[in-house]
Design a protein around this ligand. Structure first.
Ligand code: FES
Length: 323
């Protein structure tokens, strides 16, 4: 049995033990959970865009954005959408996470930060609204211009409606319900690019694709995405060969594995963090071969020299890595 310990002490081993202090049914299939330190003390600080890993018994770890105001030090709030067709982690969390339950989590990590001194266009689709809530809190407290566009199917499927209504009355939020309003006009939402204007989007792949298209002409570094999942494997994914320049070793990346996994299998050290192509930690320089880039972090210029090993693949001719 675990002995009580403060979140701060546990964080030294990169694990925190927290207690679920309240559970709220926020929308159809979505519950929010307030997590507090076992001793009621302060939790490690976080910035908007951070997420935590939650250990789900029997299901490994699941990552959830922190929703609440980063100025709050005594609690984390996350929201979990019950995925009926997923691998079961969200269903297990809905079943297990009751008020009073103890959880093991990882400390906050942030691959999706707000840019300093900027005007922010925040676009949250469905459960992808979660990091945007913390972003709007933080932008307001920094005195930065920000507007949150909430894109969901209906009012019944939109979490945090009470706070959204308050922000709406202040002119900070616009809601779009696709069931009654049809397709959202993303070009209109993102508006014109500007030197200090940044767009942030988290949501389903269709929404992310739409924002990519609507901002195709924007400067790199002004449009930011967060995904909770790596790009879907494609039926056309094929095995390919990778040559390591330093040793001459050639290894094969199978059709159903990532380049990162193949490098690890061969004992080639590569740092990694998000493993969904959005943080850039696992990038490696290459100098020969055709790369199928699938990340959301490298600029077109960077892609000429670097690839992201957790999601990108190579063409039929293989590739040489500067390793
Ligand atoms: S580990 Fe984050 S981009 Fe690969």
């Amino acid at each position: 049995m675990l002995a009580p310990m403060t979140a701060q002490l546990a964080s030294r081993s990169r694990r925190l033990f927290v207690r679920v202090s309240s559970v709220v049914d926020e929308a159809v299939g979505i519950r929010s959970y307030e997590l507090v330190a076992l001793d009621g003390g302060e939790l490690p600080p976080f910035d908007a865009g951070s997420h935590i890993a939650v250990a789900v018994p029997g299901h490994g770890h699941r990552h959830y954005s922190l929703v609440n105001d980063p100025a709050e030090r005594l609690r984390y709030v996350i929201a979990v959408q019950r995925e009926e067709t997923g691998r079961g982690g969200s269903r297990a969390l809905h079943a297990l996470m009751r008020a009073g339950a103890m959880l093991r989590i990882g400390p906050p990590r942030n691959f999706f930060p707000l840019m300093p001194r900027a005007e922010h266009v925040l676009i949250g689709g469905g459960i992808g609204l979660t990091p945007m809530m913390a972003m709007l809190h933080q932008a307001r407290s920094r005195g930065q211009a920000a507007h949150l566009w909430v894109v969901t199917r209906s009012a019944e499927r939109t979490p945090f409606s009470a706070l959204l209504s308050v922000w709406e009355s202040e002119g900070l939020v616009t809601r779009h319900y696709s069931d009654t309003q049809g397709l959202v006009d993303l070009k209109e939402i993102v508006g014109r690019e500007g030197p200090d204007r940044h767009v942030y989007c988290c949501g389903p792949s269709g929404l992310i694709r739409g924002v990519v298209e609507a901002t195709a002409h924007w400067p790199h570094g002004h449009v930011h995405f967060e995904s909770f999942a790596a790009p879907q494997a494609s039926d056309s994914d094929a095995a390919f060969e990778v040559r390591l320049r330093s040793t001459g070793l050639t290894l094969r990346v199978e059709a159903d594995e990532t380049l990162l996994a193949a490098l690890r299998r061969e004992g080639v050290p590569v740092d990694a963090a998000c493993e969904v192509g959005s943080c850039g930690t696992c990038r490696v320089r290459y100098d020969h071969g055709t790369v199928l880039h699938r990340d959301s972090v490298l600029s077109p210029a960077q892609r000429a020299q670097w690839l992201i090993t957790c999601v990108s693949r190579a063409g039929a001719g293989g590739i040489t890595l500067d390793r």
